[in-house]
Each structure stands twice: as structure tokens, then as C-alpha cells.
Design a protein around this ligand. Structure first.
Ligand code: ATP
Ligand code: MG
Length: 422
């Protein structure tokens, strides 16, 4: 027989094992609680979409679309892409399902896997998870403040305090146009000091240059004219009200005039939340306003704002800061048994207990009583008992608290979650 080669998970992906899943459930529960408090409803959409959605929705001059998408033709020769983010899909669904006919603003959130063909490294994967929020129908800067405070609230509720929130306004489409011109002529004057990729970007999308991580471009970027110099009165005022609103609820921020974000669709407010615990991949949350996106994807002009949080990075911070929840006990009661008769009775008792709301387990592997109790201990059962012929005839069992060692006799018919609490 030929030896089979072991199959490993694709590069850049990772399993979430039963020993860690409680961490994810804990984060997800906090997300559900906060979204409920803020009035955001969950939306779920497909893992894959027509490629065109991301070309138009994320923007075809972005790194995501140019280099990072998992795109393939399906058997019907349609171009399909695994979602690299959630905003474009949310807008597609909002339009396709007429959610614009529901009361505005439409407040949605999602927890999704995303796919980007990137070089895997700490905090950077090919399959990763995002929590995202999108709000459609309000151009009010107080909505921007609400969205930002939702993100900060989540992070603070999980115990993370030392984060930096960076905010900026990149203006409406006419401010951006002005700024693009200004930036383009500045960058063209300094083309010899820029990397090849950035020189290529100057013509297509000069804002992208500001996002370049190449040290070669650093000085030119630092001295570039900033967007605040060209903002119109309306955009300036929008940004002022946002800052006042954040001040009024005690959310601290740093204005960073060079912050432009990686995706094409942003207008006015952009923001990022960074953690010094994350090293090179320091951004845990990124978002902004996208007042032109719904129209760009075929809807009527509708303002919108949202963000997404990288959940692997978030959990990385929780791990480094020792803020992880304890693993749950596996079952409340392990019912060990002696002999064939009792093993049938244990199986039935466990079934009855589960039906009455007690989590319970029996021995599946016909082990000795000693081995069964060792298993109960290793799997963190809260309580254990041994069922034999005597217990079956008397209807009374001895239940042991596996942590304290305390033992109590309990009538089988009286076994409930409440009296398993000693
Ligand atoms: P970066 O600059 O780190 O590449 P980005 O601007 O591409 O981030 P967004 O598209 O704004 O990221 O995605 C939102 C969040 O998703 C990021 O702030 C980050 O926390 C997370 N994220 C993005 N790409 C990855 C990835 N490849 N692996 C893990 N998390 C990621
Ligand atoms: Mg990226």
C-alpha cells in the first residue's frame, strides 16, 4: 500500500480548535451584546460574489483588488471572487433586497471570514475574520461618532484600554478631486524620491502613495500637503461636529492628516484604531464614511459609514494582555457505570438529564470505572457519579463535586441543574 501524504491546511489559514473556541464565542457574544445595545441588526451574505462587485465596490486601483483577491472562473465560466471584505456585499444586499425601503438609517453588522492573497505573517492571513458595521441613510456627523464609539465600546468592554484612535477627514468628492490634483503635482515634483510602485500610483490614484509602507517614500509622504488645507466649509464643519461629539462622550482621538485608508470608496470621515501590542500589523479597526458607494453600485445617492475589526488581531491583543476568558467546563455531570446493565442505565439517565437541561456525559468506550473517572477529571466535568446495580435499585446516587471533592447523595429523580450546584 502506498503511503499517503498528509494534507495540511492551505497556507495562511488556521483552524480554531475546541480548546480556543470559547475565546471566539466570548468575543462574538460581546459583539452581539453591543450591537443590540446600539440598535444594529445582523446580516449574513455569501462567501463569494461576482468579481465585478469588488472591482467596482472596493475600487480597482486598490491593493486589495489589484493583488489580493481570490478570483476564479466557476464551471459556468462566471468570474467569482471570495469576499476580501464585507462592505461591498452589504451594499449589494441592501440594494438587491430593497432594504432602502425599511426605516432609515439602516444599521447592520456582520461577523465574517474574509479572503486575501497576502504574504502570511503575524496578524496577516489569507483567511481571516472581521466584525463589521455599516450604517446607511445618515450623513449626520453624530452617526459617525456613534459608529466610532461602538468600536471603542467593544474594545473597552473586552478590557483593552490603551488604544489610539486616529481620525481624519478626506473630504467630499469635490475636496478629494482638489486634493488629488494638489498631491499629484507635489508627488510629480518628487518622483525621483519615490519607489516604482508609488510613481505608478501617482497617475492612477495619488492618495494611495500616502499609504505606502516603503521607507524610501517616507520623507516625501511626511512633507506632502495635507488634505485639511483644501476641505470645503461643509466638510470642515462635518469634521468639527464629529470631534465635538467624540469629546462630549469622552472618546479620545488623535487627528492624523495623513490617514487615507486602503480602500477607494471613503469620503469625509476616515478612522483607524491601533494597538501598540500588535507590532507591524498594528491596526485592529479601520473604517470611514462612503457617501458615494451605494450610488456607485447602482443605487440612488445614499450616505453610509462603517468599519471593520480584524478579529485575529483583536484576539492577539487579548492574549498578550492576559484578558482571555477561562475555558468552560465540559459537562455538568459525568455518569460512570459498572457493568453492562448499568451502562445501559447510564445511557438512559444521561439522555433524561440532557432533556431536563443538565449537560451530562456517559462512557462511550467501555472503560474501567477508574479510567472513566480519570476521563471525567481530564475533561473538566463539574460533577461525577458512579452508577451500579445498587444505585439502580435504590434510586439514589452519590454525586461528587470534582473541584472541592464534596460528595452528596441525591435521588436520581431529584437530579436538576439547581441541586448540582454545591
Ligand atoms: P492592513 O493595512 O493591515 O493591510 P487594511 O487596510 O488592508 O489593513 P482593511 O481592509 O481596513 O485592512 O480591513 C479591516 C481590518 O481587517 C484591518 O484593520 C485588520 O485588523 C484586518 N485585516 C486586514 N487584512 C488582514 C489579513 N490579511 N489578516 C488578518 N487581518 C486582516
Ligand atoms: Mg491590507
Amino acid at each position: 500500500m502506498s503511503k499517503q501524504i498528509k494534507i495540511s491546511a492551505p497556507k495562511g489559514t488556521h483552524d480554531i480548535l475546541p480548546t480556543d473556541v470559547h475565546i471566539w464565542q466570548y468575543v462574538e457574544k460581546n459583539i452581539y451584546d453591543i450591537c443590540q445595545k446600539f440598535g444594529y441588526n445582523e446580516i449574513r451574505f455569501p462567501v463569494f460574489e461576482q468579481t465585478e462587485l469588488f472591482n467596482r465596490g472596493v475600487g480597482d486601483t486598490t491593493d486589495v483588488v489589484q493583488k489580493e483577491m481570490y478570483t476564479f472562473n466557476d464551471k459556468g465560466d462566471r468570474s467569482i471572487t471570495l469576499r476580501p471584505e464585507g462592505t461591498a456585499s452589504t451594499v449589494r444586499s441592501y440594494l438587491e433586497n430593497n432594504l432602502f425601503n425599511t426605516p432609515a438609517p439602516v444599521k447592520l453588522f456582520y461577523i465574517i471570514t474574509c479572503y486575501r492573497y497576502e504574504r502570511p505573517q503575524a496578524g496577516r492571513y489569507r483567511e481571516f475574520r472581521q466584525f463589521g458595521v455599516e450604517n446607511f441613510g445618515s450623513s449626520n456627523p453624530l452617526t459617525d461618532a456613534e459608529v466610532i464609539s461602538l468600536a471603542m465600546n467593544l474594545l473597552n468592554k473586552l478590557g483593552i484600554e490603551d488604544l489610539t484612535l486616529y481620525i481624519n477627514s478626506i473630504g467630499c468628492s469635490s475636496c478629494r478631486k482638489k486634493y488629488n490634483e494638489l498631491l499629484k503635482s507635489y508627488l510629480q515634483m518628487h518622483s525621483s524620491e519615490l519607489c516604482d510602485l508609488c510613481n505608478d500610483r501617482v497617475g492612477r490614484n495619488p492618495l494611495r502613495v500616502l499609504d505606502c509602507k516603503n521607507p524610501e517614500c517616507h520623507d516625501v509622504i511626511c512633507d506632502a500637503p495635507t488634505v485639511d488645507t483644501v476641505l470645503c466649509d461643509d466638510c470642515k464643519n462635518h469634521f468639527e461636529v464629529l470631534k465635538q461629539a467624540l469629546d462630549s462622550i469622552g472618546v479620545k482621538y488623535t487627528v492624523d492628516n495623513t490617514l487615507v485608508r486602503g480602500l477607494d470608496y471613503y469620503t469625509k470621515t476616515v478612522f483607524e484604531i491601533k494597538s501598540s501590542d500588535l507590532g507591524a500589523q498594528s491596526t485592529v479597526c479601520g473604517g470611514g464614511r462612503y457617501d458615494g458607494l451605494v450610488e456607485q453600485l447602482g443605487g440612488s445617492s445614499t450616505p453610509g459609514i462603517g468599519f471593520s475589526v480584524g478579529l485575529e488581531r483583536l484576539i492577539d491583543i487579548l492574549t498578550k494582555k492576559n484578558l482571555l476568558p477561562k475555558q468552560n467546563d465540559s459537562v455538568d455531570l459525568f455518569v460512570a457505570s459498572i457493568g453492562d446493565n448499568a451502562s445501559q442505565a447510564a445511557f438512559k439517565l444521561v439522555n433524561d438529564l440532557r432533556n431536563s437541561g443538565v449537560s451530562a456525559e456517559f462512557d462511550h468506550l467501555e472503560r474501567s470505572v477508574k479510567a472513566q473517572l480519570k476521563y471525567a477529571d481530564k475533561t473538566n466535568a463539574g460533577y461525577s457519579t458512579v452508577l451500579g446495580d445498587d444505585e439502580i435499585s435504590s434510586g439514589v446516587i452519590s454525586v461528587k463535586n470534582m473541584n472541592s471533592g464534596e460528595v452528596r447523595d441525591i435521588k436520581i429523580e431529584d437530579l436538576t441543574a439547581e441541586n448540582l450546584n454545591f
